[in-house]
Ligand binder design. Sequence first.
Ligand SMILES: *[C@@H]1O[C@H](CO)[C@@H](O)[C@H](O)[C@H]1NC(C)=O
Ligand SMILES: *[C@@H]1O[C@H](CO)[C@@H](O)[C@H](O)[C@H]1NC(C)=O
Ligand SMILES: *[C@@H]1O[C@H](CO)[C@@H](O)[C@H](O)[C@H]1NC(C)=O
Ligand SMILES: *[C@@H]1O[C@H](CO)[C@@H](O)[C@H](O)[C@H]1NC(C)=O
Ligand SMILES: *[C@@H]1O[C@H](CO)[C@@H](O)[C@H](O)[C@H]1NC(C)=O
Length: 137
Amino acid sequence: MEVLSLRRVLTVGMTLAMVIMLRAEMGNASGKMHYVGGSKTSWGPSNVNLTEWSSHETFYVGDWLYFGYDKYQYNVLEVNETSYEKCIDKDFIKNITGGAGRDVFNLTQTKTYHFLSSGGYCFQGLKTYWSLGENRI
Ligand SMILES: *[C@@H]1O[C@H](CO)[C@@H](O)[C@H](O)[C@H]1NC(C)=O
Ligand SMILES: *[C@@H]1O[C@H](CO)[C@@H](O)[C@H](O)[C@H]1NC(C)=O
Ligand SMILES: *[C@@H]1O[C@H](CO)[C@@H](O)[C@H](O)[C@H]1NC(C)=O
Ligand SMILES: *[C@@H]1O[C@H](CO)[C@@H](O)[C@H](O)[C@H]1NC(C)=O
Ligand SMILES: *[C@@H]1O[C@H](CO)[C@@H](O)[C@H](O)[C@H]1NC(C)=O
C-alpha cells in the first residue's frame, strides 16, 4: 500500500517536472529579443560598434531583432551580401522600416542576414550582419 502511494507521488512529481521543462523549452522556442547594438536606441552610426556587438550575440531561428533609432535620419533595410559590402541601398531584399524608429524583425531562416541603413549612414558603419545558429532546444 505504502509502496504504491510512494510510486504515485513519484509519478506525479516526474510529470510535474516534465511539464515545467516543457514550459521552459517553449519559452525559449518563442525566441529571444536582441536589441541591435545593445539598447533600444543604438541603431546609429556612432552609437556603438555593431561588429563588436554582434560578435558577442548568438542568434537562433525564432529570435527577434529590435532596431531602435532616430526615425528622421536612419532606416533599416535587409540586403544581400554584395549590397552589404558596398553599401548599396537599391534593390534591397526587405524594407524593415516601419516609420516610428522602432522596428521589430523575426529571424525565420537559418541563413546569414545583412542589414544596413540608407542615406549614406552605411558608409559610416551603420550596418550589421550575422549567421544564425542551429535551432535552439
Ligand atoms: C533559454 O535561453 C536562454 C538564453 O539563450 C538561456 O539562458 C536559458 O538557460 C534557456 N532556458 C532553458 C530552460 O533552456
Ligand atoms: C569594431 O570592432 C571590430 C571588432 O572588434 C574591430 O575590428 C573594428 O576595428 C571596430 N571598428 C571601429 C570603427 O572601431
Ligand atoms: C545583390 O543585390 C544586388 C542588387 O539587387 C544585385 O545586383 C546582385 O546581383 C545581388 N547579389 C547576389 C549575390 O545575389
Ligand atoms: C520603407 O518603408 C517605409 C515605411 O513604409 C517608407 O516610409 C520608406 O520610404 C521605405 N524605404 C524605402 C527605401 O523604400
Ligand atoms: C513574424 O512573426 C509574426 C507573428 O509572430 C508573423 O505575423 C510575421 O509574418 C512574421 N514575419 C516574418 C518576416 O516572418
